[in-house]
Design a protein around this ligand. Structure first.
Ligand SMILES: [Fe+2]
Length: 116
């Protein structure tokens, strides 16, 4: 059985620098702030490079954050009112792969990863 999600394949852009505007406006951008207590705050923005529409017929429906493949946070949005920028504080082991996945109602699943 394939492990592709029911919503379709995930577009994972490895090289942001060579991505076009369509890829840039969908790929989640992950920023990490480290704290003295060993925790981090991960901020995920969709449309960081190129703005993504936020209209009733075209918007980001949700963002999930996974740590080494396990879901650790999920945010659901409504168009116009809520915008796809979220922050969450996490306690993770060094070397953990953080993946952000977003769903656009028209263009499917998009992801990016960083090692924290
Ligand atoms: Fe889209």
């Amino acid at each position: 059985m394939p492990d592709a999600p029911a919503l379709g394949p995930i577009n994972l852009i490895a090289d942001r620098a060579s991505a076009g505007d369509f890829e840039k406006k969908h790929t989640p951008y992950i920023e990490v702030e480290r704290h003295e207590d060993g925790t981090i705050t991960a901020t995920v923005t969709v449309g960081w490079d190129v703005p993504h529409p936020n209209q009733p017929d075209h918007y980001i429906t949700w963002i999930e954050i996974h740590a080494d493949g396990a879901p650790v946070a999920r945010f659901d949005f409504v168009p116009v009112v809520s915008w796809p920028t979220v922050s969450v504080k996490l306690s993770l082991d060094p070397g953990t792969t953080l993946r952000a996945v977003e769903h656009c109602n028209l263009h499917g699943l998009w992801a990016s990863e960083i090692v924290v």
